[in-house]
Ligand binder design. Structure first.
Ligand code: AMP
Ligand code: MG
Length: 304
């Protein structure tokens, strides 16, 4: 943790940018009518994240509690109370140690997780674009000294961002399309229409196009990779049950969600955007760890 003077100055510049970006995102969402929820840290159920089978669980009062991997189910329940919600949600994901070198992964990170009752993919993609542009504008306006110090010339993208379907991107750029496209593009862009089996069960399958999801990922240019993932959600109990079964998951693990759905979950759509990745992109940093003062890098020890 003993940093040289130059390292301290660099860290301070990044943290000032981060603070400004968080403030700008919060201001934007409150202006749009969103209510900020305090984050959920432990819960009986959390995001299944099939790519990540290592579960962080604690025992308390005779039960097992998951450390939050995302607030997906809590957001879906919350929009029954307030129609637009967001939370700066700390997530614990025990990513494989080799992911410590991707530049994109921490095992503790914060996502700005939001959800809109009756929201549609189109509306949420527009919201994502406007949110990102607002944050970039604000940082460029208020942190020009910091960006200059970091040697970052931060471009301001124009809306609407380009859109690729998953299939089109895969056909044109092969299986590593996300990384290849991210490296080639000069503006953020969307990937939509993921096939049902590559995503989690809660993203809604298009009733008109079975096998295709009503979801969306925003990808940063310049090789920085994924910014956010989102989707319209499954909210009918029979659909949720079918999707859980299709993925071979144990419905008993999702009893709480199924009961909420039986009582009536509203239709909704939302997304989660990683704060450290946002700051990495804004500041042009080699690794997301540089966006934290006390980073948790997979496989790497920490003194504090
Ligand atoms: P997901 O729903 O899994 O796509 O996560 C939502 C967002 O959180 C992603 O688009 C990233 O911006 C961010 N994120 C996910 N996993 C990590 C990680 N291990 N480290 C840092 N950010 C992450
Ligand atoms: Mg994702």
């Amino acid at each position: 943790m003993l940093l040289s003077r130059t390292e301290r100055e660099k860290k301070a510049a990044v943290l000032r940018v981060e603070s400004e970006a968080i403030g700008a995102a919060r201001e934007f969402l409150v202006r749009e009518g969103f209510v900020e929820l305090l984050p959920v840290i432990v819960a009986p159920l959390t995001d299944p994240l099939r790519h990540n089978t290592n579960r962080a669980v604690i025992e308390a009062y005779g039960s097992h509690w998951h450390l939050t991997r995302s607030m997906i189910f809590h957001k879906q329940a919350a929009v029954a109370v307030c129609d637009k919600v967001f939370s700066f949600s700390p997530n614990i994901r025990l990513e494989p140690p080799e992911w410590g070198k991707t530049g994109r992964h921490l095992w503790e990170f914060v996502q700005l997780d939001l959800e809109v009752r009756d929201g549609t993919r189109k509306e949420l993609m527009e919201l994502g674009e406007r949110l990102l542009i607002h944050v970039l504008e604000r940082v460029r306006e208020r942190c020009s000294t910091e960006l200059g110090f970091l040697g970052r010339n931060l471009p301001l993208p124009a809306r609407p961002f380009p859109v690729f379907t998953y299939r089109e991107a895969e056909e044109r750029f092969g299986p590593d399309f996300e990384i290849r496209l991210s490296a080639e593009m000069e503006t953020p862009f969307w990937i939509i229409d993921f096939p049902v089996d590559v995503r989690e069960f809660y993203d809604r399958e298009d009733p008109e196009r079975p096998g295709i999801l009503l979801d969306y990922d925003l990808i940063y240019p310049e090789g920085y990779g994924e910014a956010l993932s989102g989707g319209e959600r499954e909210y009918l109990p029979e659909r949720i049950r079918e999707r859980i079964a299709r993925q071979g998951l144990d419905p008993a693990q999702y009893q709480g969600l199924l009961e909420l759905a039986e009582d009536g979950l509203p239709p909704s759509a939302g997304f989660g955007i990683g704060i450290e990745r946002l700051v990495r992109y804004i500041c042009g940093l080699p690794h997301v760890a540089e966006a934290r003062l006390f980073p948790r890098v997979p496989g790497k020890p920490s003194m504090i």
